[in-house]
Design a protein around this ligand. Structure first.
Ligand code: PEP
Ligand code: MG
Length: 883
């Protein structure tokens, strides 16, 4: 097996670049080299080597040592420098590069190849001893941290002391001798903490760094990141070893990061930051405030320091040309790292840029309109789950706000919550159901869990490409970064802004679109859903086969769903209507009655209320099918708890409180989810379903009479296990229909069908379809009953199950395709065999989950049904599934 692929200097061993083998970074370095862009020469050690490295017990095979030596020879050939050469040394960077980018998660070592001899050579050839010694101390510092894993803080401290001794404020004031002295101090620290001198052999350095990069794949923070992003642990990372180029060789040198389009808004404008006379990590670390790339961006921000366009016009023009080449080559927005070494531009990295949902949408639609990609590709490009960000409310521009400070609008969306100053607290409070805003001076990869738990993130330091900004955008969390006026005291759990103080637990609001930080909560408004969103949805609807319905039971939800493009109601859960304060007493009276007569008396009170519910829904959903599910929950859930509630029901039913209490005790169940619920209610108390059916048909007739357009009711029976149950219930429903039609003098077309929520129903679907005209897969219960895992209690152990790879995702969120999916597939087959036109849908939570929707498409279901806000997500996911 070949483990090393070279690139640069006219070579690209990887051809077009295979991301699985070379990792994202390696593949794209290869890709850039292949189209003739200026890439410093280097080579990639493959992800297969990483896997083998772990399989072999963390050792390197001899064959790879020879290949790496070849790779070094390649770099030497192109640069004319020699690795370890005391007169003109080659320096390299060693970086990780997994298949998908994991920003900030993995290790990097720069300036490798420096030692006590080569540093002198570097000073000589560069003509800049200060630069050479600064590079050497940076190298020792990074290597000690990443490879030797020594105490990072003691190195920082030594630097601070060195500056203090000289009375300096800034690193830039340090001269060659100062750095040289610091190198000696650092080497002392290494010996003290590591017990051995700093490695002088450049090959030892190289293998140490390579092992460290492979090692960082198994670091705790990388594991957490992978879990959150569903990245398999066996992918491994590649290692990229590349000639160093220097952005810190004076005022004609610079380093920067850029996006070919604005990653926050999607606007077609070069976007980025750069620093003159600096190395890459200075930009990302947010230590010095970077300058704008373009004049326009600088002017818009009202900033003073010259933009790159103004400071280095020629290099900027070349960079702009490279941006366009990259977009044409990769046909996507690119996120780039570059360095200018003494006026010469070098490309260090390109990858498809992370972007906000808003930008993803705009870029996809713009690129299709520009002819760079097709409409179908545009549909495929937008992550349905990311649309979520766009469909949620933003701050009401008219609401009063008490603005504390303003920072950078790093990730859009608005969030209010309790202020917390560390990630563990954020996680703890979020688990207790609190909305929290995580406030940090700056975030690091150790904060991932807190950022994930928080509703929003606020940092005092860091630019638009800082860790906080990049990670928040990826997670879809609102973020305001770089709020310079904040002073945060994490130990005391408070922050100060001028005279004002915010303590842990105080409510704050951040607006990731404007960068504003506010005291207290601020009202929000619904988003606008026209423009790019509308365009993409039109394209999605052109390719989509699956219909998309909504789970909705109030007229308001139905209206939202219709506005979002729902093609019907797939699940109207009638029990929610019963909890209404005005009705609950009658509902309880009905449940607690121990005779049919008593139940009917209560149901009579409920009939007009229920009819009014359906009338409104039919009106909103005119012309579209509405699936109404008859009463489902365990009676248990409706029982009174408090003395006053018992008294109220007793008065309504005209019985004693004691009688009621005895009856309530009789109704108590140990396992209500498997108890007296679903169609079992209808079988034992048919009058309940009779009343509901009557309400449906009366409402349908009334709406038809009034509007001239007949509603399309689909009456659904829950939790059926056998054909006989459905038969009995269908009789009750049909009889109610006939009675109402006779009274009203008109008929309405309707269907009677069942939910498939029990394994037995799935298995016997052939028989059940003899009676049922449609099936709706209730995958919440079907998952619960198939796995034998309680949907209400599973949270406690399911994360462990996902961590240990037993399930790839939480099966209540994303369908267990292998298990539950097989039952669905089987039921669909058997149902269709009996009744070829049996209508098939899904109405569990999975109906709004893109991976589950893909399965529904493959199984040939007719529709998916999701909560109103997820309807657009489902439309897009259904389109992607059809592509
Ligand atoms: C289901 O079980 O998937 C379903 C949609 O019904 P509910 O969630 O109301 O039990
Ligand atoms: Mg159910």
């Amino acid at each position: 097996t070949k483990y090393v692929y070279r690139f640069g200097g006219g070579v690209s061993d990887g051809g077009k670049g295979d991301k699985n083998l070379l990792g994202g970074k390696g593949a794209n370095l290869d890709g850039m080299a292949s189209i003739g862009l200026p890439v410093p020469p280097g080579f990639t050690i493959t992800t297969e080597m990483c896997t083998r490295y772990y399989d072999d017990g963390e050792v390197f095979p001899d064959s790879v040592r020879a290949e790496v030596a070849n790779g070094i020879a390649h770099i030497e050939g192109v640069t004319g420098k020699k690795f370890g050469d005391a007169s003109d040394p080659l320096l390299v960077s060693v970086r990780s590069g997994a298949r998908v980018s994991m920003p900030g998660m993995m290790d990097t070592v720069l300036n490798l190849g420096l030692n006590d001899e080569t540093v002198k050579g570097l000073a000589e050839v560069s003509g800049d001893p200060r630069f050479a010694w600064d590079s050497y101390r940076r190298f020792i510092q990074m290597y000690s941290d990443v490879v030797l894993e020594l105490d990072h803080g003691s190195f920082e401290e030594a630097l601070e002391i060195a500056k203090e001794d000289k009375g300096f404020n800034l690193d830039t004031e340090m001269g060659a001798e100062d750095w040289q002295a610091l190198v000696a101090t650092y080497k002392g620290l290494v010996e003290e903490q590591w017990g051995k001198p700093f490695p002088q052999d450049v090959n030892d350095q190289l293998w140490g760094a390579t092992a460290a990069v492979f090692g960082s794949w198994q670091a705790e923070r990388a594991k957490v990141y992978r879990r959150l992003n569903h990245i398999p642990g066996n992918w491994g990372t590649a290692v990229n070893i590349q000639a160093m180029v220097f952005g810190n060789m004076g005022d004609t040198s610079a380093t920067g990061v850029a996006f070919t389009r604005d990653p926050a808004t999607g606007e077609r404008a070069y976007y980025g930051e750069f620093l003159i006379n600096a190395q890459g990590e200075d930009v990302v670390a947010g230590i010095r405030t970077p300058q704008y790339l373009t004049k326009q961006a600088r002017e818009r921000a009202g900033a003073k320091p010259a933009s790159m366009e103004e400071a280095m016009p020629e290099t900027f023009a070349e960079l702009a040309r490279v941006f366009d080449l990259l977009e044409t080559h990769y046909r996507d927005m690119q996120d780039i790292e570059f360095t200018v070494e003494r006026g010469k531009l070098w490309m260090l990295q390109t990858r498809s840029g992370k972007r906000t949902a808003k930008a993803a949408l705009k870029i996809a639609v713009d690129m299709a309109n520009e002819g760079l990609i097709t409409e179908e590709e545009a549909v495929a490009r937008v992550d349905p789950a990311a649309l979520d960000q766009l469909l949620h409310p933003t701050l009401d521009p008219k609401a009063p706000r008490d603005v504390l400070a303003k920072g950078l609008p790093a990730s859009p969306g608005a969030a209010s919550g309790k202020a917390v100053f560390d990630s563990d607290t954020a996680e703890k409070w979020a688990e207790l159901g609190e909305d929290v805003i995580l406030i940090r001076t700056e975030t690091s990869p150790e904060d991932i869990h807190g950022m994930h738990a928080a509703k929003g993130i606020l940092t005092a330091r860091g630019g638009m490409t800082s860790h906080a900004a990049v990670v928040a955008r990826g997670m879809g969390r609102p973020c305001v970064s770089g709020v310079g006026t904040l002073s945060i005291d994490a130990k005391a759990k408070l922050m100060r802004v001028g005279q004002r103080e915010v303590k842990e637990g105080d409510i704050v609001t951040i607006d990731g679109a404007s960068g504003e930080v506010m005291f207290g909560a601020v009202a929000t408004v619904q988003p606008e859903l026209a423009g790019d969103f509308g365009a993409l949805m039109v394209w999605a609807d052109k390719v989509r086969r699956l219909k998309v319905r909504a789970n909705a039971e109030t007229p308001l939800d139905c209206r939202v769903a219709r506005d979002f493009g729902a093609e019907g109601v797939g699940l109207c859960r009638t029990e929610h209507m019963f909890f209404d304060a005005a009705r609950i007493t009658a509902v309880r009276q009905m449940i607690l009655a121990d005779t049919e007569k008593g139940r009917r008396a209560a149901l009579e009170k409920l009939l007009p209320e229920q009819r009014a519910d359906f009338t409104e829904i039919f009106e909103v959903m005119a012309g579209l099918p509405v699936t109404i599910r008859l009463l489902d929950p365990p009676l248990h859930e409706f029982l009174p708890h408090e003395e006053a509630e018992f008294a109220e029901v007793a008065a309504a039913a005209d019985v004693s409180v004691d009688t009621l209490k005895r009856r309530a005790a009789e109704l108590h169940e140990f396992n209500p989810m498997l108890g007296h619920r679903g169609c079992r209610l209808g079988v034992t108390y048919p009058e309940i379903y009779e009343m509901q059916a009557r309400a449906i048909f009366e409402a349908a007739c009334d709406v038809a009479a009034k509007s001239g357009e007949a509603p399309i009711p689909e009456v659904m029976v829950p939790l059926v296990a056998t054909k006989r149950e459905l038969e009995l219930m269908k009789d009750v429903i049909d009889q109610a229909a006939q009675a109402v039609f006779a009274e009203k003098g008109r008929t309405i077309d309707y269907l009677v069908g069942t939910m498939i929520e029990l394994p037995r129903a799935a298995l016997k679907a052939g028989e059940i379809a003899e009676v049922g005209q449609f099936f709706s897969f209730g995958t919440n219960d079907l998952t619960q009953t198939t796995l034998g895992v309680s949907r209400d209690d599973a949270g406690r152990f399911l994360t462990t199950y996902v961590d240990k790879g037993i399930f790839p995702r939480d099966p209540f969120v994303s369908l267990d395709i292998e298990g539950v999916g097989e039952l669905i597939w089987l039921a669909a087959e058997r149902g269709r065999a009996t009744r070829p036109d049996v209508k098939l849908g899904i109405c569990g939570e999975h109906g709004g989950d893109p991976a589950s929707i893909e399965f529904c498409e493959a199984t040939g279901l007719d529709y998916v049904s999701a909560s109103p806000y997820r309807v657009p997500i489902a439309r897009l996911a259904a389109a992607q599934a059809a592509l």
